[in-house]
Design a protein. Sequence first.
Length: 276
Amino acid sequence: MKDLKIDSKVGLSNGVEMPIFGLGTFQSRSGKETRDAVAGALRVGYRHIDTASMYGNEEDVGAAIKESGVPREEIFVTTKLWNSDHGYDSALAAFERSRRRLDLSYVDLYLIHWPVEDVRNESWRALETLLEEGKCRAVGVSNYMTRHLEELLEKSSTVPAVNQVEFSPYLYQRDLLEFCRRSNIQLESYSPLTKGRKLDDPKLIALASKYSKSAAQVLIRWALQHRIVVIPKSSRRERIVENAGVFDFVISPEDMKALDLFDQDLRTSWDPSTAP
C-alpha cells in the first residue's frame, strides 16, 4: 500500500483503469461553488470527478474540466441515471442529456443511481447499449445490495464494473465487499467521512493523532487500504487539499483491524438494504 499516489488506478473488469481517489460533488451547489471545487481539486492533482444528474451540477463540472487545461483523457468522469429516468428509451435519453450538460464526447463511467424496482433491468440494457456504442467507457450501479447484484448478474452477461455505496469504518459492509470482489465488481465509497458525524469520535481522534493525521484522513486511508475507490466530497479548498493528504502514511494492519471494528451500521444517506 506504500506505492499509492493521488492518481493511482484500479483495473475494472473490462480493462478500463479508474483512479482510486476522487472528488464527490453531491450537494455542491451549481455555479461557482462546484466550478471552484472541481478546478481546485484538479489543480491539487485529483483526476477523478463524480457527479450525477440529480445533483444539478453536471454543467459546472464539465465547464471546470474544460477550463482546467488538464487533458480530457487524464480525467475520469462519472455521472448517474436518476430514478425518474429509468426504462430503456428513457435511460438512453437521460444519458444524452447528461453528456450534453457535461459537454463531453464520452463519459468514463455511467451508473444506475438507485435499484428502482421493476425497471432497473430495462435500464441496464440501455447502459449495455451505451457501452457497446462507445458513449461511456464503463457502466455500473450505485446503492445495489448483494441481492440486487445477484438479480442483475442472473439476467445479464455484462458485469457492472463498479458498485458505488456508502462505506466507512462505521458502515463496514464486509459481506457486500466480499461479494463484489468475488464477482469482479469494484466497490466505490461515497460519504466515506460519515458526513462529518463521526469526526469527533474519541477513538478515531486518538488513532489519527498516532499518525499525526486528521480523523478525515484516517477514514479515507482506511478505504484506500481496503482497495476501495473513495470520493470524499468537499467544496472548501482547504478540505480538498486535506483530503488529498493521505498518500504519505500507511495504517498498520493492527490499526486497520481496530478500525474494522468501529462498525455501527451507520447510514448517513438513504438505506438501500430495504429496497425490493
